[in-house]
Design a protein around this ligand. Structure first.
Ligand SMILES: [Mg+2]
Length: 271
């Protein structure tokens, strides 16, 4: 992704000034992997950038809401970010973990289908051997990763076959950066996560930053809330990378070239 597509500091400060002017009415929402934490070979090795906890803590003391929206389980996202004073929407919106709470609240629409994806994968278990796909059990969501496989292209094409079978078994396939996730149909989504986080009293402006395909759902919801008049300002920040979906640039109000770029924006919001 070329450096030229990054938005200049003057332009992003103009877009975000309404939030900084009225912080109590503003929500700062951010994806985690690829946005606060650089993508690494194995997701369990990810860490947020130095200074992230400090700036999020400062923001949470001034702004109406600070929340992370992640494909990770909510407790996993909280452990990675390392703060329990902010909100986490986990599993792409299927779980909500509020500040100070121990256990996430599951999306009620999942009831009775929590193990549907796990049972499907258990049924095809033997065929994953030698595929290069690495499974990750995220409760209602089951993930298949091919980052770092000996033959990533072959593993990805196997993932496409499994996605079709999963669809036939009543699951919804979602694609991310070198990962396929299988989940029960309906419910959740980063769009739903954003809507439930913004439902809090007195929030009428928001920024959301993300780097990947599922973040486009959050972008869309933010735009709708703005068009419907629930938000007076809605700023969508795309964190660019060579793996970013093509639509990310066109759906973003401003772009940064890396998680470091987003951290600079957060620091400016905290000033
Ligand atoms: Mg991400």
């Amino acid at each position: 992704m070329s450096h030229e597509s990054e938005t200049g500091a003057a332009a992003w400060s103009a877009l975000l000034e309404p939030l900084r002017e009225h912080p109590a009415q503003a929500a700062i929402l951010t994806d985690v992997d690829g946005t606060l934490a650089p993508i690494v070979e194995r997701a369990e090795d990810a860490t947020v950038l130095p200074g992230t906890r400090e700036v999020l803590t400062a923001l949470s003391q001034r702004y109406g809401l600070v929340g992370c929206v992640s494909g990770r389980q909510a407790t996993d996202a909280r452990q990675l970010v390392g703060l329990d004073s902010i909100a986490y929407a986990g599993n792409h919106g299927l779980e909500l973990l509020l500040p100070g709470e121990e256990m996430p609240r599951p999306d009620p629409s999942l009831a009775g289908r929590e193990r549907q994806a796990a049972e499907f994968l258990a049924g095809i278990d033997g065929r994953l051997d030698g595929s290069g796909l690495r499974t990750e059990d995220k409760g209602p969501i089951q993930a298949l990763h091919w980052r770092g496989a000996a033959d990533e292209a072959a593993a990805e094409s196997r993932a496409h076959e499994i996605a079709i079978e999963g669809g036939q078994a009543g699951l919804e396939p979602r694609w991310g950066r070198k990962v396929l996730e299988l989940r029960p149909v309906g419910g959740g989504g980063k769009d739903a996560a954003v809507a439930s986080l913004l439902a809090g009293d007195g929030l009428d402006r928001a920024v959301y930053a993300g780097d990947d395909r599922t973040d486009l759902d959050a972008f869309r919801r933010l735009r709708e809330l703005h068009e419907e008049g629930d938000l007076t300002a809605a700023v969508r920040v795309g964190v660019l990378s060579p793996e970013a979906p093509a639509e990310l640039v066109e759906e973003s109000d401003l772009t940064v070239g890396s998680p470091e770029g987003w951290l600079r924006v957060l620091e400016w919001l905290a000033e």
